[in-house]
Design a protein around this ligand. Structure first.
Ligand SMILES: [Zn+2]
Length: 115
């Protein structure tokens, strides 16, 4: 259960920052998730409910912001968004673009709390 340990780590982080802000309850957790992060969104959603049980996050909403994959294309000298994450080719000039600029993120962006 890869996603469960990720959910637990996220919950720990969120609890820490909620406590720093003297929150009594967390209502929403915003997470940035890149398409190459290797995390299945629906599994993370599912595991979140378990991970938040008996914490101040219980009953809160997990909001996953999905980030597209952005690579750098040397030919275009620009950052381009990949439509197909299986093939790392520039959609404009078809050059191979192995340099990933965005898409591997898995991070806690912010939390919304009740004081
Ligand atoms: Zn290109």
């Amino acid at each position: 259960m890869h996603e469960l340990s990720i959910a637990q780590a996220l919950v720990e982080l969120a609890v820490e920052s909620a406590e720093e802000g003297n929150a009594v309850k967390v209502t929403r957790v915003n997470v940035r998730l890149g398409k190459l992060a290797g995390v299945v969104k629906s599994s993370l959603d599912f595991c979140y409910d378990f991970a938040t049980e008996n914490t101040i996050l219980e009953g809160s909403q997990l909001n996953i912001i999905e980030l597209p994959v952005i690579v750098y294309c040397a030919q275009c000298n620009d950052e381009v968004e990949l439509e197909d994450i299986q093939a790392f080719f520039c959609p404009i000039c078809q050059t191979r673009c192995p340099e990933i600029r965005q898409g591997k993120e898995m991070e806690l962006e912010s939390i919304e709390i009740e004081l």
